[in-house]
Design a protein around this ligand. Structure first.
Ligand SMILES: Cc1cc2nc3c(=O)[nH]c(=O)nc-3n(C[C@H](O)[C@H](O)[C@H](O)COP(=O)(O)O)c2cc1C
Length: 237
């Protein structure tokens, strides 16, 4: 065990903030720690829109009404970005092919790794926050609001601030349900029932539906076409 692994294991999303400001030098440190994440061939296929003005936070909140977008100190929009790749490619090649599943994975993974580094760095300094992927429901409007050009797309936001309250850490699946020795092991529904019970005990009276019911809501119907439509518009699909 190290201080770092202890910090990582204590992670909990924070959705309630005191309103105190994160000093600019702390924010710079957090962002630099984010930048240090591994990156596909070091292409660094992401950009971050740092939003601190209440006016812009309000405009984002109007698109995706999660109260922590308004109450956080800083909202970071994590953007998958192949726009710089266009600039580089055009220096050396006639054509630029940004679209496709592999390229989407490259930029999405790079962006996610930076985002996770940012959240952990913030937590290590006593701040807290939550990732906000539901902003993708308004990808088009958000991209217009924040002037995202072709070859870029919003992946998730991170609301950061000084925590007012920490919920107890959420349970995770047992390690052996997600880590397999040497080869993949198919599981039966018992693993789902068992974790439903764990999650139900954790959530207590706050629980409105089973963990597995939430999964079924997501995957029991075709996904909303909004994200794919926007990715096509941005020339990424
Ligand atoms: C990519 C991503 C998007 C997320 N989007 C949202 C969101 O839109 N709203 C929200 O309240 N939490 C969001 N979360 C937070 C998750 O709900 C949270 O991480 C999960 O329930 C586990 O809880 P914990 O982070 O407290 O351990 C998101 C997390 C990830 C990784």
């Amino acid at each position: 065990m190290t201080e770092l692994t202890e910090l990582m294991k204590k992670h909990v999303s924070v959705r309630s903030f005191t309103g105190e400001v994160i000093p600019e030098e702390d924010m710079t440190e957090i962002l630099k720690a984010g930048q240090a994440a591994s990156s596909w061939k070091n292409f660094q296929s992401y950009s971050i829109i740092k939003v601190r003005s209440q006016e812009t936070k309000q405009a984002i909140y109007d698109l995706q009404q999660q109260p922590w977008i308004l109450s956080c100190d800083t909202f970071l929009l994590m953007v998958g970005d192949l726009k710089r790749a266009e600039l580089a490619t055009k220096l050396h090649a006639e054509q630029f092919h940004a679209d496709g599943a592999e390229n989407l994975l490259i930029s999405s993974v790079d962006t996610a790794l930076v985002g996770q580094n940012i959240l952990l760095a913030a937590e290590s300094m006593g701040y807290g926050g939550v990732m906000i992927g539901l902003v993708r429901q308004s990808s088009k409007e958000l991209s217009e609001l924040l002037h995202l050009p072709d070859y870029t797309y919003p992946i998730f936001g991170i609301a950061l601030g000084v925590p007012k309250r920490h919920n107890p850490a959420k349970p995770r699946l047992p390690l052996e349900a997600v880590v397999f020795e040497e080869r993949y092991q198919e599981q039966d529904a018992q693993v789902i029932h068992d974790f439903d019970a764990v999650q139900t005990e954790y959530a207590g009276a706050r629980q409105t539906e089973l963990w597995s019911e939430r999964i079924a809501q997501q995957f029991g119907a075709p996904e909303s076409p909004v994200t794919a439509e926007h990715l096509k518009q941005q020339k990424l699909l």
